[in-house]
Design a protein. Structure first.
Length: 104
């Protein structure tokens, strides 16, 4: 048989955990604005692409991707290639993107 003191301690611990659990569900992380895709430039063979995104600060980011087969029978997927470029204008971003896909 459990003594009254142990039973009271368990009840108090359980109610404390319930309060912590309830409060943690109400906390929402602040969402940060994400870059929005503006344009995708594909290579002629469709195995490389450059994705141009506009960042929340107004700059343009160019991400480069290459088509790869990692898992047998899963079909092709895309793998990001190295670092991406960042520029102030969409025109410069397009130049970067076209340069990447034409080099492949």
């Amino acid at each position: 048989m459990i003594s009254f003191g142990i039973a009271a301690a368990l009840a108090l611990l359980g109610s404390g955990l319930s309060v912590v659990s309830t409060q943690s569900r109400r906390i929402r992380p602040k969402s940060t604005p994400e870059a929005q895709v503006v344009q995708t430039v594909m290579s002629a063979d469709k195995k490389s692409r450059a994705v141009i995104k506009q960042r929340p600060d107004g700059k343009f980011q160019v991400e480069t991707w290459k088509q790869v087969d990692y898992i047998q029978d899963s079909g092709p997927s895309w793998a990001r290639q190295g670092a991406s470029g960042i520029t102030d204008t969409l025109s410069d971003a397009m130049d970067m993107a076209q340069s990447y896909v034409h080099m492949r």
